[in-house]
Design a protein around this ligand. Structure first.
Ligand SMILES: C[S@@+](CC[C@H](N)C(=O)[O-])C[C@H]1O[C@@H](n2cnc3c(N)ncnc32)[C@H](O)[C@@H]1O
Length: 211
């Protein structure tokens, strides 16, 4: 799928009633919520309908959400308003976005599976957007998810090349020290498109050098 086709796909999904991946934040962000302080700056690329961006804004963070889907960003604005908070929403293709450098205390990519010819550059930009000492949160499906897609339709990109190989993720974020790194099977209950047993990776890195 090319850029415009992809945006159309996500706009169509996010135009459905309700929230494709639920309104609750990802379990990873909830588990590490003691790292978040009011006033800190957070970046949420590929933010979808805004569940994680709004979660961070409700904790008092200054949050920027970036996504190619106008429908997802519109839902993010509405979800934020319903909780009396604000999220800065930017509609952009992350492969051509003018990424800020050294600006954020936290960055979170949840199920932001990019093609192999863009993934390493995407992850490098992400690390570059963090301040030294900033935290990066990554959650997504591992290669083993192909099996659960067949048996349970529990989510993730149909193209297996987009599923995470833990070795790639460690290599991409070698400019950060791992704070937590987990892969395993867990039953998701995050809206209609993330539901059932799934092969997952959840990781947190702390940026240790200026990259
Ligand atoms: C599976 S959804 C995950 C949404 C959200 N992170 C969540 O977990 O609820 C993937 C998201 O990535 C966005 N996306 C994919 N490729 C993108 C790109 N190149 N630029 C901007 N957004 C992109 C899609 O629009 C979609 O919102």
């Amino acid at each position: 799928m090319s850029g415009p086709d992809q945006a159309e796909f996500w706009n169509s999904r996010f135009s459905e009633d309700g929230f494709a991946y639920g309104e609750r934040a990802s379990r990873l962000l909830m588990a590490f919520s003691d790292l978040f302080r009011p006033g800190q700056k957070a970046l949420v690329p590929a933010s979808g309908e805004g569940r994680d961006a709004v979660f961070l804004a409700r904790l008092g963070l200054d949050v920027t959400a970036v996504d190619m889907s106008a429908s997802g960003l519109s839902k993010t604005e509405d979800l934020a308003a319903s909780h009396g908070v604000f999220v800065t929403c930017i509609e952009a293709d992350l492969s051509s976005w003018d990424w800020p450098e050294g600006r954020f205390d936290h960055a979170a990519i949840m199920f932001a599976h990019m093609p192999p010819d863009f993934r390493p550059a995407f992850h490098a930009r992400l690390l570059g957007a963090l301040k030294t000492g900033g935290h990066l949160f990554v959650e997504g499906f591992t290669k083993g998810q192909s099996q659960y897609q067949e048996s349970h339709q529990s989510g993730g990109p149909p193209n297996p090349d987009l599923l995470y190989d833990p070795t790639d993720i460690k290599a991409d974020f070698a400019g950060g020290e791992p704070v937590s790194f987990w892969t395993g099977i867990e039953t998701l209950s995050e809206g209609p498109y993330h539901s059932g047993p799934a092969a997952l990776l959840r990781a947190v890195f702390r940026k240790t050098e200026s990259k």
